[in-house]
Write a protein that binds this ligand. Structure first.
Ligand code: FAD
Length: 514
């Protein structure tokens, strides 16, 4: 009898231990940490959502920090708990990740938007800059710096993203050919490392941490402050689009425009595949005053390539700018009848995608699954890529905008963590698909994912030297191959700044040791 009772007790103890091992409980010590902000252990569902709308991992707690010190105290506490604790920490900027990168399964999500850093401060002078919180949205930085006639040099197409979120990736848009991505335009950072230390870093001070964090996918530290380079802001923008039927001509013109001293301040391009409907147009929001011309954008079953250019100017420079533009355009080989031009305020041009967001939200089309695929493709292979993808894989329709434009690698700093193709010029190709909820047709999630898979297989089989931007992988082998020769350095940086792999678990690169 005793034996049986002891056996049952032993069995229950084993189950208890197992549960304890498998289901980490949030230590009550978190509740007593000396912080100015607070933890929420109940309202955590929001932190398990992102723009991708496909992955959802519930955290155990959400920290609403008031200061960098709140973040440091929390991370340090978890670091001091040692490898025995399963707790991880994810900074959540604006939650615009695509595959749960800002989530932390049963861990702590830091709601960066609660951070109340020192006020944004613009410094004028010969080399102007702005000091901002890592949680600041780029749209707010634009509004603040414009008060001083200044603005950041390099942008993303959409400005409702945080500084910490885009600097953890790169931050690429049509200005990158000239100024490099956003990570090339940062002078200094304040970072909370995986050991809970608050460190200032720049090219001169703690430079290895500085470059590790830039493009570092949140692996080495949480950006709490950043110093961003500024330039004089223009008042107006000439916004121009021209169309091509032939990819080779389109790409040749794009490459010519990004080489040397370009007239234009922004150069992008996109693919038009049998275009109709709002979902296909959402990113463009092109406001042509001539509706007859705008109707040309319907490609009637064909694939067209649209070159998109912008020239910044102030009203008093209008005549000379018009002349420069006409000279540059005369060197292009687009379909002659397809020149669309408009003139908009600078702020309207930069915030263009937000207008489409409002439209899509009102129709319930913003919070749908977004199986996006972003690739960086070496110039020498862009033709074979385009031929296969636009000639074979995506012939009838696309489920959202497809951006395609080249950038100069010389504008990127090879000390950062970001992974790039091995050529001086490479293209960003972004398949920005939206899936119709519960559709099983060509606009459904499964179909789009299988198209993405075919595109990735093509890159793999043909050895095109393609790298994913905003990369997403599930196995260690895939990450190794993504980083290639940079893998060892990346691992070394991880072991230096976040040795227990506490930070950004949603990227699924490292697993916290147990
Ligand atoms: P989150 O999704 O909140 O976080 C992203 C990653 O960074 C996570 O791993 C997170 O843990 C980490 N992180 C967040 N904050 C910090 C911090 N302070 N310190 C350290 N790590 C942190 N990208 C471009 O380059 N160019 C574009 O034109 C562009 N356009 C976009 C348009 C839309 C509509 C969307 C949804 C995304 C776009 N992106 C673009 C991608 C965007 O840059 C990334 O998704 C970015 O991560 C989003 O920022 P976020 O603040 O929402 O970050």
């Amino acid at each position: 009898m005793h034996f049986l009772r002891n056996l049952i007790i032993l069995f229950l103890i084993c189950i208890a231990i197992k549960i304890n091992l498998c289901v980490p409980t949030i230590p009550s010590s978190l509740k007593t940490l000396p912080i100015d902000g607070h933890f929420d252990f109940k309202q955590v569902h929001h932190a398990a959502k992102d723009f991708g709308n496909r992955y959802s991992f519930l955290p155990s707690a959400v920290l609403h920090p008031k200061s960098a010190s709140d973040i440091a105290t929390t991370v340090k506490h978890i670091w001091e708990m040692g490898p025995g604790s399963h707790l991880t920490v994810a900074a959540r900027g604006h939650g615009h990740s695509l595959q749960g990168q800002a989530q932390a399964h049963r861990g702590v999500v830091i709601n960066m938007e609660s951070l109340q850093g020192p006020k944004m401060k613009v410094h004028t002078g010969n080399f102007p800059y702005v000091d901002v919180s890592g949680s600041e949205l780029w749209i707010n930085i634009l509004h603040e710096t414009l008060k001083h006639g200044l603005a950041p040099k390099s942008w993303t197409d959409y400005l409702h993203l945080t500084v910490g979120g885009t600097l953890s990736n790169a931050g690429i848009s049509g200005q990158a050919f000239r100024h490099g991505p956003q990570i090339s335009n940062v002078r200094q950072l304040e970072v909370v490392t995986g050991k809970g230390e608050v460190v200032n870093c720049s090219e001169k001070q703690n430079s290895d941490l500085f470059y590790s964090v830039l493009g570092g996918l949140g692996q080495f530290g949480i950006i709490t402050r950043a110093r961003i380079s500024l330039e004089p802001a223009p008042k107006m923008v000439k916004w121009i689009r021209v169309l091509y039927t032939d990819f080779a001509t389109f790409a040749k013109d794009q490459e010519m425009l990004i080489s040397g001293e370009s007239t234009f301040d922004y150069i992008e391009g996109f693919v038009i595949i049998n275009r109709t409907g709002l979902l296909n147009n959402w990113r463009s929001s092109f406001n042509s005053n001539d509706s007859a011309q705008a109707s040309h954008f319907k490609s009637d079953g064909r694939t067209l390539f649209c070159l998109e250019l912008a020239k910044y100017f102030n009203p008093e420079e209008m005549a000379i700018v018009n002349q420069e533009i006409m000279t540059s355009l005369s060197q292009l080989n687009h379909i002659p009848s397809t020149l669309f031009q408009s003139q908009v305020p600078y702020i309207e041009f930069l915030d263009r995608v937000h207008i489409s967001e409002i439209k899509l939200r009102s129709k319930g089309l913003w919070e749908v699954p977004h199986p996006w695929l972003n690739l960086l493709i070496p110039r020498s292979n862009i033709h074979i890529f385009a031929q296969q993808v636009f000639g074979n894989i995506l012939t009838n329709t696309s489920n959202g905008p497809i951006l395609i434009y080249p950038v100069n690698k010389s504008k990127w700093d090879n000390r950062t963590s970001v992974v790039l193709p091995e050529e001086d010029v490479f293209y960003l190709v972004a398949f920005l698909s939206s899936a119709a909820p519960s559709s099983t047709g060509s606009d459904g999630l499964e179909h789009i994912l299988s198209q993405n898979k075919r595109i990735l297989e093509l890159c793999e089989i043909d050895g095109l030297g393609v790298k994913q931007y905003l990369p997403h992988y599930s196995t260690n082998g895939e990450w190794r191959s993504h980083f290639g020769p940079q893998w060892e350095a990346f691992v070394h940086r991880k072991s230096t700044y976040d040795p227990l792999a506490i930070l950004a678990p949603g990227q699924r690169i490292f697993q916290k040791a147990a």
